[in-house]
Design a protein around this ligand. Structure first.
Ligand SMILES: Nc1ncnc2c1ncn2[C@@H]1O[C@H](COP(=O)(O)OP(=O)(O)O)[C@@H](O)[C@H]1O
Ligand SMILES: [Mg+2]
Length: 295
């Protein structure tokens, strides 16, 4: 048991989020997809990577925390605690207050998050007015400062642009700038860099990293890219078939114990080995069974 509680909580006292036995089912019939099964973890002021193949439940996990799942989803959890708030029993009104201000979500494609009919400055300005209650020149000054903080150059010019006039990477940073107006404690980023090219991706990662270290934000970084997660994150949760099959420090990934994690590692291209071909991953049906006894 000690090893289990240790892996759950690298964060200790400083936990921002505590999740215990979170399960999500899409539908009520016995055949309904069990998208999450007894997921438990803590998040501290750290970069926590959620890694797993497509369909393993990563996005469902991110959305379940914010209760942003469609009505068909059945959520249950022994505990979902953010700060001193109980998210399991929080009303929709409380969730509205939490979403976008205390816990923010960054999506893969900023196009859906930015309003195409509104200038960038006015959009970030709305967040500034809402969360910081600033108006007029003070509001404008704060918007420019936020845009600068996400390393956008020529902020005066960008202020007057519309979303379609900026690149995907800049759209992503603008979204983060408006998120920051609310001073969030937790950011959930769902595949935030998959639509970006390599150099833009690097910039975004450096920015997210700064937010964690300078502002003490807890970051949940969802990705299917094990290499990226290993390089960028402090700790990783490996998901398979709706379950966390392994939880470990990113630096200790090579010592992974679960055969699924080992399989993922073995199928990564390596420059230091001259393998004729990459091994094909084998799966054991037993991994998809409930993990309670296995842990
Ligand atoms: N709205 C939904 N209705 C029914 N099933 C869903 C819905 N959203 C996700 N699922 C199912 O839940 C499982 C996990 O999906 P998801 O969390 O999107 O995985 P990932 O983000 O890891 O690719 C998948 O089997 C998916 O088909
Ligand atoms: Mg997903």
């Amino acid at each position: 048991m000690t090893s289990r509680s240790q892996t759950l909580s690298a964060a200790g006292q400083d936990s921002l989020l505590r999740i215990r036995n979170l399960s999500v089912r899409f539908g009520t019939s016995p055949e309904a997809t069990r998208a999450l099964r007894n997921v438990s973890f803590d998040l501290g002021r750290e970069k926590l990577g959620i890694v797993g193949e497509s369909g393993s439940g990563k996005s469902t996990l991110g959305r379940a925390i914010l209760k942003l799942l469609p009505p068909i989803a059945q959520i249950s959890a022994d505990r979902m605690q953010f700060d001193d708030m109980d998210l399991v029993n929080a009303s929709e009104r409380n969730m509205l207050a939490i979403r976008g201000s205390r816990i923010s979500m960054i999506m893969q494609d900023p196009k859906y998050a930015l309003d195409p009919t509104m200038r960038i400055g006015d959009q970030v300005g709305e967040a500034v007015a809402l969360h910081l209650k600033l108006r007029g020149r003070e509001k404008r000054r704060k918007v420019l400062e936020l845009l600068e903080s996400v390393e956008i150059r020529g902020v005066e010019r960008v202020y007057d642009l519309y979303p379609h006039q900026v690149s995907g990477g800049m759209g992503q940073r603008i979204m983060i700038a408006s998120t920051l107006a609310a001073n969030p404690k937790v950011i959930i980023a769902d595949e935030p860099t998959s639509a970006l090219d390599v150099t833009v991706r690097r910039k975004l990662l450096i920015l997210l990293d700064k937010l964690v270290s300078a502002q003490g934000i807890g970051l949940i970084f969802i990705t299917h890219d094990l290499n990226l997660a290993q390089d960028f994150c402090d700790r990783l949760l490996i998901m398979y078939s709706g379950q966390v099959v392994e939880s470990l420090k990113a630096a200790e990934l090579r010592q992974a114990r679960h055969p699924y994690t080992q399989g993922l590692l073995a199928s990564l291209p390596r420059l230091d080995l001259d393998l004729p071909r990459l091994p094909v991953m084998m799966r054991d049906p037993a991994w998809a069974k409930d993990m309670e006894t296995a842990r």
